[in-house]
Design a protein around this ligand. Structure first.
Ligand SMILES: [Zn+2]
Length: 105
């Protein structure tokens, strides 16, 4: 399945131009407990729905950015460059609204 992803620098491109970087997860407080560190490093939520995730524009500007994608339909709701506090932001509720995305094909 192919879909478009909008790079914040380059605009809409085929998803094959990008590398998937995984879910955006919250870094635990320092120093983390063993359980918190292991959860951060090895466990993912893997939601069936909208999740924030990292993408890398490997065939373009080589930038990392955040996308909100529905994992059921591959509809991209929006993309944005990560803020300095990205790791501490648990989700969109604490971030500014992001740019509109492109519909899945
Ligand atoms: Zn780009």
């Amino acid at each position: 399945m192919s879909f478009l992803l909008t790079c914040p620098h380059c605009g809409p491109r085929e998803v094959t131009d990008f590398g998937y970087g995984g879910e955006s997860v919250t870094r635990p407080d320092a120093p983390p407990s063993d359980r918190a560190r292991n959860r951060y490093l090895y466990f993912r939520v893997n939601v069936a729905g909208v999740q924030r995730e990292w993408w890398y524009h490997r065939s373009g500007c080589r930038s990392w950015f955040i996308a909100e994608r529905d994992t059921r339909t591959n509809a991209v709701l929006g993309t944005e460059l990560p803020g300095a506090d990205e790791e501490s932001r648990p989700g969109r509720a604490h971030g500014a609204p992001i740019a509109p995305g492109t519909p899945a094909r």
